[in-house]
Write a new protein. Sequence first.
Length: 185
Amino acid sequence: MDTKITQIRMSDYPGNRAPREIWQTTHDALPELRDGQVAARIDFVSIDPGMTGWITDKRGYMPPVRPGSVMRAFGVGEIIESRSDNLAVGDWITGFLGVSSHGVFNDKDVRPIAVEMAPPELFLSGLGMTGYTAYFGMMDIGRPQPDETVVVSAAAGAVGSMAAQLAKNAGARVIGIAGGAEKCR
């Protein structure tokens, strides 16, 4: 397959420079697949606040993106070539696909998604990491009950807004905290 890929790479850690100075766009050929790998066209990427913690030389909850590497991002894409026993051409996947038009991935590093049940982009929000975080945090750990009061910090954010709705659906009274009057409207 003669597919060209466009990628956004971080050339260096930002330090005190303007963020636009650390990004470069590259164009390469899609590498040959090995056994257990798939190639995917990446249709959606999620640009998340947590990404700022990945472009520093300090290790956080995940290793930093290394200079010269494709910027890490959750993505959703459709498989266009497969050498996997588990995933076929036409299957849709999600995972850390990067800020790229296409990519090659080990089949164990991505997860198939059921696009016949919901639009693919929902697997980056309500049916993805954001939704999982809100759901398991609220329903497995918080376990809101009718007539309880639940306080949700960052209630205007992606996870917080979903957590607030889950608590409300469980019958709890919800108090949301957000960073300022504008976010609280």
